[in-house]
Design a protein around this ligand. Structure first.
Ligand code: BES
Ligand code: MN
Ligand code: ZN
Length: 523
């Protein structure tokens, strides 16, 4: 099920003369202090990019927007009919918050503004964005943000409705971004990158939003493998018999309760001429539905566990973008997939499972299934050989309790956790480093096996950290690693906001791609 696409290109003609259905400009809110020193009445300021539109309105644009209720607050969208003042029939003013002092506008503000504007313009086939793009070292980051925001704000899941919805307007089909020089090579490269990146985010959202009866492990593996082959990646898919024979005890245990058997998909990208020699491994949790298994979850909200494969969706989609972007590092993606179901063949609390790296785990709660499949996949990635390992998963409700719905938790090698935090900051996918305390590991000592799957007394203290501490057992000593818990940010259950729509968010696709660029550039 693929969603309709939005295309994006650059223009450098005067925004006032563009033949589009709407032209988007930015407005800043003016602080009381700024109003006092400038002596200007009102609290609105047009941002750069809007000059020719303002001129066409004879100096009355700010006033008119204020009359319509514009305040310049972030995310605000105000529409104004142009009545022939400019070529486009509609001007849309999108709020950018207070005007940044000196520095370029914060990329995330631009990204959200572009997303909100394009989302609000559903029904208009062709729109242009005349947003503030600095003419300096920050130009590329600002253009990247605007392009990503616009393409993601234009996302809509195709869905399953059998009748056309008369009140539903089609997402914007074509976005033009107004820049000083449309033939500039750096700007064009940013657009090409944004298209590949946003395409990956949209695909990962589609996979997350797909109904779980349509995306059980064999089907998920098939759709990922087909897309990856088409993109030119090397693909390996292990089925249930191969997983069992190969010693993948964790994936086998979780998968055995379902009629739809588990899979492990490995996707490999090899750079031309060997690249820098660095090898990155990406690992993503692919629980296509998490009932909790024998330790079954309450019915309330259980349907949201269709998103428990958001980590695998992000890794699979990021690998497709890697195939298009061709970074100078080797990248392998590992997607362990299973459906966590209660049945007569399910694994059970008390079971002892031998994992791919030989360690034995005492199962205490079948709902802590993610770490079982991830332990195997991480160990396999380390056995294949890698320098950096990034793993991402909707692993613990504890992540949502401690950091909320927008900020991912990061655990692992401290230096790499800091790089993940910085990548999250740059991409607008915030992530915060968390510790791996000795006492939490001590609490997971098992009476009978090498480690318990959760705290042996079922104590939920440090719940998110237990996940990180468990996964560390499967990482080889010489590998720098980071575990990114996206239980909250992977899925958006609220109303659309910025470039986020309801459902899958695509987090952390853009973080992973940023990290790959980081490793390619800095080792
Ligand atoms: N998939 C869930 C975690 C989750 C919760 C993701 C909420 C997204 C939103 C995970 O498999 C799970 O069930 N975790 C348990 C772990 C517990 C049994 C140790 C949890 O968080 O309660
Ligand atoms: Mn679970
Ligand atoms: Zn789960």
């Amino acid at each position: 099920m693929t969603s309709p696409r939005t295309t994006l290109s650059l223009v450098d003609t005067d925004p006032a003369e563009l033949a589009v259905d709407a032209i988007v400009i930015g407005v800043h809110s003016q602080s009381g202090e700024q109003a006092a020193t400038s002596g200007l009445a009102g609290t609105l300021l047009l941002s750069s990019g809007a000059e020719s539109i303002a001129a066409a309105f004879d100096g009355k644009l700010t006033e008119t927007l204020a009359l319509l209720g514009a305040t310049g607050g972030p995310g605000e969208v105000i529409k104004l009919a142009t009545l022939g003042t400019v070529t486009a029939p509609l001007v849309v003013a999108v709020g950018l918050g207070a005007e940044p002092t000196g520095a370029a506008p914060n990329p995330e503000i631009l990204r959200r503004a572009a997303g909100a504007a394009v989302r609000a313009l559903a029904g208009a086939p062709r729109v242009a964005l005349a947003l503030p793009l600095p003419d300096d070292a920050d130009a590329a980051a600002a253009l990247r943000a605007v392009a990503e925001g616009a393409l993601l704000g234009g996302y809509r899941f195709a869905g399953y409705k059998t009748r056309p919805q008369p009140t539903r307007r089609e997402p914007v089909a074509e976005v033009l971004v107004s820049v000083p020089d449309a033939s500039d090579a750096t700007a064009q490269a940013e657009v090409a990158r944004a298209q590949a990146v946003a395409g990956a985010v949209r695909l990962s959202r589609d996979w997350v939003n797909t109904a779980p009866n349509e995306l059980r492990p064999p089907a998920f593996a098939e759709v990922v493998a087909a897309a990856a082959r088409e993109a030119g990646l090397t693909v390996e898919v292990l089925d249930e018999a191969e997983l069992k024979a190969g010693g993948y005890g964790g994936i086998t245990a979780v998968g055995q309760g379902s009629e739809a058997p588990p899979r492990l998909v490995k996707l490999t990208y090899t750079p031309e001429g060997g690249g820098t020699g660095k090898r990155v491994a990406l690992v993503g949790k692919g629980i296509t539905f998490d009932t909790g298994g024998i330790s079954i979850k309450p019915a309330q909200g259980m349907w949201e566990m269709k998103s428990d494969m958001a980590g695998a969706a992000a890794v699979g989609a990021a690998m497709l973008a890697v195939a298009a972007l061709k970074p100078s590092v080797a990248v392998s993606g590992y997607l362990p997939m299973a459906e966590n179901m209660p049945s007569g063949t399910s694994y059970r609390p008390g079971d002892v499972v031998t994992m791919f790296n030989g360690k034995r785990v005492e199962v205490l709660n079948t709902d802590a299934e993610g770490r079982m499949i991830l332990g195997d996949a991480i160990a396999r990635a380390c056995a294949d050989g890698c320098d950096y390992l990034f793993e991402t998963s909707t692993l613990t409700g504890g992540q949502v309790i401690s950091l909320g719905k927008r900020i991912a938790g990061v655990m692992g090698t401290p230096e790499l956790c800091e790089r993940v935090r910085a990548a999250g900051d740059a991409t607008g996918e915030p992530a915060w480093p968390m510790p791996l305390p000795d006492d939490v590991r001590k609490g997971m000592d098992s009476d009978v096996a090498d480690i318990s799957q959760v705290n042996a007394g079922m104590d939920r203290a440090g719940h998110m950290l237990q996940g990180g501490v468990f996964l560390r057992e499967f990482v080889a000593d010489d590998v720098a690693w980071a575990h990114i818990d996206i239980a909250g940010p992977g899925y958006h259950s609220g109303e659309p906001t910025g470039y986020w729509t309801k459902g899958g968010t695509g987090v952390p696709v853009r973080t992973l791609l940023h990290l790959i660029d980081d490793v390619a550039a800095n080792g």
